[in-house]
Write a protein that binds this ligand. Structure first.
Ligand code: SF4
Ligand code: SF4
Length: 369
């Protein structure tokens, strides 16, 4: 049974520093050897200010980096973003300012090396800095995710797939959420972060993980050595069975989950947390899949009033399912693999995922059975 710590916290500098120190001390962080290479891996998805709750808060990142520096480690703070320049992310989220005065390197993950992550994926390319680190401190944000339900400790390590390889993997997994979850689980099991520190002070609910998500104060920092256990503890806090989290269901099947997490601290019960609608994906005979994609299964939609026609969604879409007629986006739902990368990267929060009317009627009929 893996231990998960839950501590009340704010973003006040000394408070979060003490909370992070207490968590890492309790988890054996003092064993981090002087001179070891420590990768601090926050969620730095794209440019966003801390109040949007999209990225790991800069003062949580600072607290973790300071802890590793105090152990005499060589600290690298890095991620591979989905959108925007890394410099702009550091500026907008305040990470650059927060790390001022600390002897840490902070940059984008760029180079990849081939690593065997196990069946069924075999050798895949992962960030060299992650593979070569002596210690990975994974620092995810507590957020909803329109494809995977939540993005927590396990999903955060997908940032170690560098640059455009991320959408390529989405394309390979297609509409199969379980296959994509299996990839995330294999990456986590391969990289084996030594510590996971989750920023759940200002979390995100609703149609996350991009700017369409809604900030929600939860007020906790949670930590554990086992990323799967940490994710399960967050599910318990939010009132959702851990088996409903795709990555956790896959990890359980693969024998990677060591029972229910043992909670150290006061785990709050968060009431009424809003999850994204997780409508069904394709099922039944292949001949009907085209019709289902068009009329039944959940799909991305644009709020025309909020859209600024920047075309970032089309640029990032791995399936090339978005085109433009003038300023108006047009979706090819037969091509769309429902990865919701477009929601993730839209800088104006103009996208949402919605089940078509016919799909809603169909879901209601299925639910009644
Ligand atoms: S939906 Fe978002 S990303 Fe796409 S064009 Fe509009 S503002 Fe840009
Ligand atoms: S349109 Fe959006 S959800 Fe569909 S494949 Fe492209 S990025 Fe993914």
């Amino acid at each position: 049974m893996a231990q998960v710590l839950c501590r009340r916290s704010t973003y006040e500098g000394t408070v979060v520093r003490e909370v992070v120190r207490d968590c890492l001390d309790s988890l054996g962080g003092r064993e981090i050897a002087a001179g070891s290479r420590v990768l601090v891996k926050p969620n730095l998805l794209g440019p966003a200010a801390p109040h949007r709750a999209m990225l790991t808060h800069p003062l949580v990142v600072r607290a973790v980096a300071e802890y590793a520096l105090d152990r005499g480690a060589k600290v690298l703070v890095a991620d591979s973003q989905a959108m925007g320049s890394f410099d702009r992310i550091l500026k907008e989220n305040g990470v650059r300012e927060a790390l001022t005065g600390l002897n840490v390197e902070c940059r984008e993950l760029r180079n990849s090396v081939q690593v065997d992550v196990g069946e069924p994926f075999g050798r895949i390319e992962l960030a060299e800095d992650a593979v070569g680190a002596d210690v990975i401190i994974n620092v995810p944000k507590l957020k909803t995710h329109s494809q995977m339900l939540l993005t927590l400790a396990v999903k955060n390590l997908f940032g170690c797939v560098v640059g455009l390889r991320k959408p390529q993997w989405h394309l390979r997994a297609g509409v199969d959420r379980e296959r994509f979850a299996a990839l995330l689980v294999r990456i986590c099991a391969t990289l084996k972060p030594a510590f996971n520190i989750l920023d759940g002070v200002l979390a995100m609910e609703g149609p996350g993980p991009g700017k369409g998500g809604i900030p929600r104060h939860v007020g906790v920092v949670m930590a554990g050595r086992d990323a799967f256990a940490l994710d399960a503890a967050v599910c318990r806090m939010l009132g959702v069975p851990p088996g409903e989290l795709f990555t956790h269901a896959v990890a359980m099947k693969a024998g990677l989950v060591d029972g229910a997490p043992e909670i150290d601290g006061d785990l709050p019960r968060v009431q009424g947390f809003r999850f994204p609608v997780m409508a069904s994906t394709l099922f039944g005979p292949k001949a009907l899949h085209g019709l289902m994609r068009q009329h039944l299964i959940q799909r991305p939609l644009i709020d025309d009033d909020a859209c600024k026609a920047c075309r970032d969604c089309a640029k990032y879409c791995p399936a090339e399912a978005i085109s433009f007629e003038g300023r108006e986006a047009v979706f090819d739902y037969n091509k769309c693999i429902r990865c919701y990368c477009c929601l993730e990267v839209c800088p104006h929060g103009a996208m949402r995922a919605e089940e078509p009317r016919l799909g809603r009627i169909f879901s209601r009929i299925i639910d009644r059975k």
